[in-house]
Design a protein around this ligand. Structure first.
Ligand SMILES: NC(=O)c1ccc[n+]([C@@H]2O[C@H](COP(=O)([O-])OP(=O)(O)OC[C@H]3O[C@@H](n4cnc5c(N)ncnc54)[C@H](OP(=O)(O)O)[C@@H]3O)[C@@H](O)[C@H]2O)c1
Length: 384
């Protein structure tokens, strides 16, 4: 990501905000110092793997125990402007494992293919000790996405074999359908996955961005472990379209993707931010147009204000709000930076009451969100 103001200035501003809070709000000085220490990387004792919290996605035979925060690997080489050196990415993934993260999310379409290859190489030494989740559905021919969906039996079976090879594993811990395929009934997709589970090639499955009705139909054929859809303080559709209620009722886990609204709630993006047009979809998203960013910064400021009084950064507030919603919710923020990994994981050490979260929620809900999350083309394969 190229910004008019450089990266070091961003880091400086963030740390300065925390220090500013420390000087002005004495009762929370110790919490502020903790946040400061994390930002500067000095205090990592609380964040080692022994301190990780765990959650369970799904129930019965479909249950999967994972770290309370996962790691979305997509942005390491796809759609988030940054493309750090492969070795640097692997070091960061290993750092996440060392800190207790056991859930790593990728997909065939990310890259395409190269994100799975990165995850496969990085996590090979931890085979059997961490969970990789990947996704089928977007058609990929000769390494390129066609824009079509294909969840037909033959294609899902072929994609499964290819993902296993790229991920260097014998069985996929959780295989999601990435987008609803209007040409293949969901019951048929569920049958295909049941076969793959019987054959030991897939352990569990999930769906992304689907309706409550689709979840019920799929779950009746083959129990689901998790639904993955966008969910954060600026996009709360799953609270009103029945998806979260259905997950609660059926004992299915929920994984909010893009939990920082593609980085926006982290507070490092402003109207002057320039996205890499070859490797970032944010430049075509209505919500990331400069005028939308300018207007929506009011929301980030609300999170900053809430965080300032509690020694939290806006990312920690965004992730903490999701975590408090239900014990079967596991956000998967993505990052290319050690400092952001630390900061995000440190969210698990804060304690905020339900009433305080409600206050934040009300304040944020009073601010209109400007710009749709997707353009019309991207909205088409969303199944609700
Ligand atoms: N199922 C689906 O359809 C779907 C759709 C989108 C995403 N996903 C999954 O969800 C994962 C995460 O989504 P995402 O990458 O779209 O969005 P995200 O996690 O909301 O945001 C990632 C962005 O936030 C920045 N960031 C991370 N921590 C930060 C912090 N503490 N302060 C400031 N900025 C911070 C990262 O930049 P730095 O590198 O600079 O930290 C990165 O650009 C993906 O990796 C993918 O696995 C799934």
């Amino acid at each position: 990501m190229k910004e008019e103001k450089g990266v070091s200035r961003r880091g400086f501003l963030k740390t300065a905000a925390v220090i500013g809070a420390a000087l002005s709000i004495n009762p929370v000085l110790d919490k502020v110092h903790a946040a400061e220490a994390v930002l500067s990387g000095k205090d990592s004792t609380k964040l080692k793997s022994g301190n990780m919290q765990y959650r369970t996605l799904g129930s019965g035979n479909a249950a999967m125990k994972v770290s309370a925060l996962g790691f979305g690997v997509m942005g390491m080489n796809y759609n988030r402007s940054q493309s750090p050196d492969r070795k640097e990415c692997i070091r960061l993934i290993h750092e996440a494992v060392d800190r207790g993260v056991t859930l790593f999310d990728t997909a065939i379409i990310y890259g395409p293919l190269k994100n799975e290859l990165l995850v496969g190489e990085a996590l090979e030494p931890y085979k059997g000790r961490v969970n990789v989740t990947t996704k089928f559905g977007h058609e990929v021919i000769d390494g390129k996405g066609t824009g079509r969906q294909d969840s037909s039996r033959a294609t899902v079976r072929r994609y499964c074999e290819e993902s296993l090879r790229r991920l260097r594993i014998d069985s996929i811990p959780l295989f999601y359908q990435h987008r609803y395929d209007r040409n293949t009934p969901i019951e048929e997709v569920a049958e295909t996955i049941s076969e793959l589970i019987r054959e030991g090639k897939v352990r569990r499955w999930g769906l992304c961005e689907v309706s409550a009705d689709t979840i019920r139909k799929a779950h009746a054929v083959c129990p689901l472990t998790a639904i993955q859809s966008e969910y954060h303080l600026m996009h709360r559709d799953v609270e009103i379209n029945g998806v979260l209620d259905t997950c609660r009722e059926l004992g299915i886990g929920f994984v909010p993707c893009s939990p920082l609204n593609r980085g926006f709630l982290g507070g490092c993006i402003n109207e002057y931010t320039r996205f890499d047009t070859d490797n970032d979809n944010r430049h075509i998203l209505p919500r990331f147009r400069p005028e939308a960013i300018r207007a929506n910064t009011r929301i980030v400021n609300e999170l900053r204000q809430f965080g300032r009084e509690r020694g939290m950064t806006s990312s920690q507030v965004a992730l903490g709000w999701l975590l408090h919603k239900a014990p079967w919710i596991v956000p998967i923020p993505g990052t290319t930076k050690h400092s952001h990994l630390e900061e995000n994981l440190h969210t698990l050490t804060f304690s905020v009451s339900d009433e305080e979260w409600r206050t934040l929620e009300t304040a944020v809900a009073a601010i209109p969100v400007v710009g749709d999350r997707y353009n019309a083309e991207q909205q088409k394969p969303v199944g609700y």
